[in-house]
Each structure stands twice: as structure tokens, then as C-alpha cells.
Write a protein that binds this ligand. Structure first.
Ligand SMILES: Cc1cc2nc3c(=O)[nH]c(=O)nc-3n(C[C@H](O)[C@H](O)[C@H](O)COP(=O)(O)OP(=O)(O)OC[C@H]3O[C@@H](n4cnc5c(N)ncnc54)[C@H](O)[C@@H]3O)c2cc1C
Length: 390
């Protein structure tokens, strides 16, 4: 095989690209895999700008099964990703997720809990009284209660990405610093990619793992992907009154979420309809002080006094059809595979998705059947319903 030809090209070396590279190499370390990533610092990648949460609390069967697999992987991730004596430290903290429920979303929440329980997940229904007992700073008035996942939690997203990347490289995956500017095709078949450096790579298999840039990459092959980059902001707060222990990731019915972070700080965010589409990364303290703070203080009156320490913005790659993943070969181009559209829950889906993509590419039978997420539903305009999007 010449140096510019390979078995698989992965476009984007974020968590999806790196997990896919790892599972491919883990199945067969004779594979010649090239991961093309223009920014090895990952300064704008969603993977490193996320808040690192993983939860069982979804309403679509496959999303729940994906999280079950994630939890299996997280338990032994550090061991599995060891390279020589280097063991990544992902600081997985199972501090729980609490989804607050109001009258409007009560029946959907009950259905989701029932399905989670049927699938053997640990999830509890909490009354307002129980919420107050467990978290005395919370004021759940006007709410119907909450759904609590005691095993949900968060981990270090950067260390997680680096774990997959280092292991994939140690098994032989080749990362190059470049950018894919065109997916090359001939008679509806992938033949390779053209790079910004002017070089081309020839291959019959290309996987689009370009996150918020996925639609731009797909367009070069004439494919219209309904995936938009939407800015989301996160704020870091130092509250005058500190909670007695860690707070779970707590999600209000409006979508406002917060949790404790190392050093007694609080992380907070909220997806809002006015969040702009585009590749823009500024953050706006007024959004916090004028809009989100009053909402937070109504639920946690003790957080009425606090200091906004800093903030950041990252991009959700939003699948505008249904907010869920798009996985598998694009039906109109042989060899063009997609792992896109993860909105706000892609970090935690990387283990199952990376594994599934590797099984599809190598024609192996999948450990978890994720065919419901297949790209065909995009052409058929057949949305999947998930009530647990944040
Ligand atoms: C504020 C925020 C909070 C979040 N919180 C969570 C959370 O708590 N839990 C969770 O599970 N998920 C969360 N997410 C979502 C999660 O971060 C993403 O779904 C996930 O990281 C997507 O991974 P990815 O590899 O697809 O994309 P990215 O990490 O964005 O990687 C894509 C890579 O592709 C590269 N690329 C782009 N164009 C090209 C090209 N033409 N050629 C080659 N490479 C290219 C980019 O440089 C980038 O490194 C959050 C996201 C944000 C923004």
C-alpha cells in the first residue's frame, strides 16, 4: 500500500474520530487508518468544551443502551487505555443527575423512568420532600418532583479524548495535522479525500467525524446533512454559600442545568432558542447575570450571592431533524460513513458509537444494534423521539 493510500480515513480526531480509530485498531491492528485533524490542541472541538456528563436518563431505548455500555467502559477505561506505564486519569465522579419534573413533562418523565427500569437501570422517582431532604438548598416549589440517576456523573472530557487518542496511536492509527477539503467520489463510491495541504489520500472508506463541521464536510461530497453548529455557553460560578457536598447535575424543566465542579465551584448552562447558528465562540456575561442567575436563584435561593468567575462557548452539532445521532453509511454514496449530529450528548456516546462504527466498517455483527440511527431516516424524514435532550 503506498503512503497515500489506506484502509480508512477518519475526518476529525475529536472523541468520535478517536474512539472509532481505537475500536478499529483494537479489532485488527494490521489496519492502515489515517485520522485527519487540523487542530491537535482541540481548542474549538466540542469534546474539550463540553461539561463531561454521562447519564442513563434518556427516553429512547438505544440512547439508554448506549449509556449502559458507556458505564461499562468508564469503569475500566483507565486500565483499557493504558499505554506502557501511562494511565489516563478521567476522574469519573458518580455524583448523580437530577431531572426536575413539572406538570407538563410529568407523563413523558414517567414513561422514560418505566423504560429505564425495564432495562435494569438504576433510577429513582423523588418527591419534592425527598429532594429537599437530600439537597436542602433546593426549593422545588411548583414542581412535581424529580427523576434521580444515582450512577450518573461526570468525567474529565479532555483526559477521555486523550485516552482514546493515545491508545489508538499506540495500536498504529496514524494522526495527521491537515484538513479534509473534499471527499472524492467516482460513480457514487468514495475514492479518497483531498487535503488542504494539497495532498490526497486514496481509500474506499471515509468516516465523517467532523462534529459541528460535519455538514461542511458532507457538502463536498454533494450530501446535504441537517446538522447545524449551534453555540452553547457555560458559566463558572463561585457561590457565597457552599453546598455541604457535591450537587448532582440538576436539570430544571426549562433546560437550565448546573452541577458542582472541583474547587467548590458551580458550572451552569442552558440551551436557548436564540443561540446562534455558526462558528462563533464568544460568551456573554449578561446572559448569565440578566437571564440565568434569576432563574437559578429562584430554585436555589442560597445562590443569590455569587461571583461569575468565567465562561466559555462551544458548539453543539445539532441534528435538526430530531436531535439524535446519525450513524452509518450514507445510502447514496458507497463507503461514506457518518457519525454526526450528537447535539449535547455525544461525549458520553463515544464508546458505543466508536465501537459500532468499527463494527459497521469491518462488517462485524454489532454488540449493540444502533441501526435505528441509520442515515436513511434523514432521507426518509423519519425523526426519532427523545424527550431527554438538554
Ligand atoms: C457546552 C457543551 C457542553 C456539552 N456537554 C456534554 C455533556 O455533558 N455530555 C456529553 O455527552 N456531551 C456533551 N456535549 C456534546 C459533546 O461535546 C459532543 O457531542 C461530542 O464532543 C462530539 O464529538 P465529535 O468528535 O463529534 O466532535 P468534536 O469534538 O468537535 O471533534 C470534531 C473534530 O473535527 C475536526 N474537523 C472539523 N472539520 C474538519 C475537516 N474538514 N477535516 C478534518 N477535521 C476536521 C475539528 O477540528 C474537531 O477536532 C457538550 C457540548 C458542548 C458544546
Amino acid at each position: 500500500m503506498n503512503k497515500n493510500s489506506c484502509d480508512v480515513v477518519i475526518v476529525g480526531g475529536g472523541v468520535m474520530g478517536s474512539a472509532t480509530a481505537y475500536y478499529l485498531m483494537n479489532h485488527d491492528d494490521r489496519l492502515n487508518i489515517i485520522v485527519v485533524e487540523p487542530d491537535p490542541t482541540y481548542s474549538k472541538a466540542s469534546s474539550t468544551l463540553s461539561v463531561g456528563n454521562a447519564r442513563i436518563q434518556f427516553s429512547l431505548r438505544e440512547n439508554i443502551q448506549i449509556s449502559q455500555y458507556t458505564f461499562e467502559v468508564l469503569k475500566q477505561f483507565e486500565e483499557e487505555m493504558m499505554v506502557d506505564d501511562n494511565r489516563p486519569n478521567i476522574s469519573f465522579r458518580r455524583e448523580g443527575n437530577l431531572f426536575l419534573i413539572d406538570r407538563d413533562n410529568r407523563s413523558l418523565a414517567r414513561e422514560a423512568i418505566a423504560l429505564q427500569k425495564r432495562l435494569d437501570c438504576k433510577v429513582e422517582w423523588w418527591s419534592n420532600q425527598k429532594i429537599r431532604e437530600r439537597y436542602p438548598l433546593f426549593e422545588p416549589k411548583g414542581l412535581s418532583g424529580g427523576s434521580f440517576g444515582p450512577l450518573d456523573g461526570h468525567f474529565d472530557a479532555y483526559a477521555f479524548l486523550m485516552g482514546y487518542k493515545a491508545k489508538a496511536r499506540s495500536l498504529g492509527a496514524n494522526y495527521i495535522k491537515d484538513q479534509v477539503v473534499e471527499i472524492l467520489t467516482d460513480s457514487s463510491k468514495v475514492t479518497g479525500v483531498r487535503l488542504a495541504s494539497g495532498e490526497s489520500l486514496s481509500t474506499g472508506l471515509v468516516v465523517n467525524c467532523a462534529g459541528a463541521w460535519a455538514a461542511d464536510v458532507a457538502r463536498t461530497a454533494g450530501v446535504h446533512l441537517p446538522v447545524e453548529p449551534i453555540k452553547r455557553q457555560v458559566f463558572v460560578l463561585d457561590t457565597a454559600i457552599k453546598p455541604a457536598g457535591p450537587l448532582p447535575l440538576t436539570v430544571l424543566p426549562s433546560g437550565l442545568y448546573f452541577r458542582t465542579e472541583t474547587g467548590g465551584l458551580i458550572l451552569l448552562g442552558k440551551s436557548m432558542p436564540e443561540d446562534p447558528v455558526g462558528f462563533e465562540f464568544s460568551w456573554d456575561d449578561k446572559r448569565f447575570t440578566e437571564v440565568l442567575w434569576p432563574e437559578l436563584a429562584a430554585f436555589v435561593p442560597a445562590f443569590d450571592t455569587l461571583k461569575l468567575i468565567r465562561g466559555w462557548a462551544g458548539l453543539y452539532a445539532v441534528n435538526t431533524l430530531d436531535g439524535n445521532a446519525i450513524l452509518g453509511e450514507w445510502p447514496e454514496i458507497k463507503g461514506f460513513y457518518l457519525a454526526n449530529g450528537f447535539s449535547g450528548h455525544g461525549l458520553q456516546q463515544a464508546p458505543a458509537v466508536g465501537r459500532y462504527m468499527s463494527e459497521l466498517l469491518l462488517d462485524l455483527s454489532p454488540k449493540i444494534d444502533l441501526s435505528n440511527f441509520h442515515a436513511e431516516r434523514i432521507l426518509a424524514k423519519r425523526p426519532l423521539s427523545e424527550s431527554g435532550l438538554v
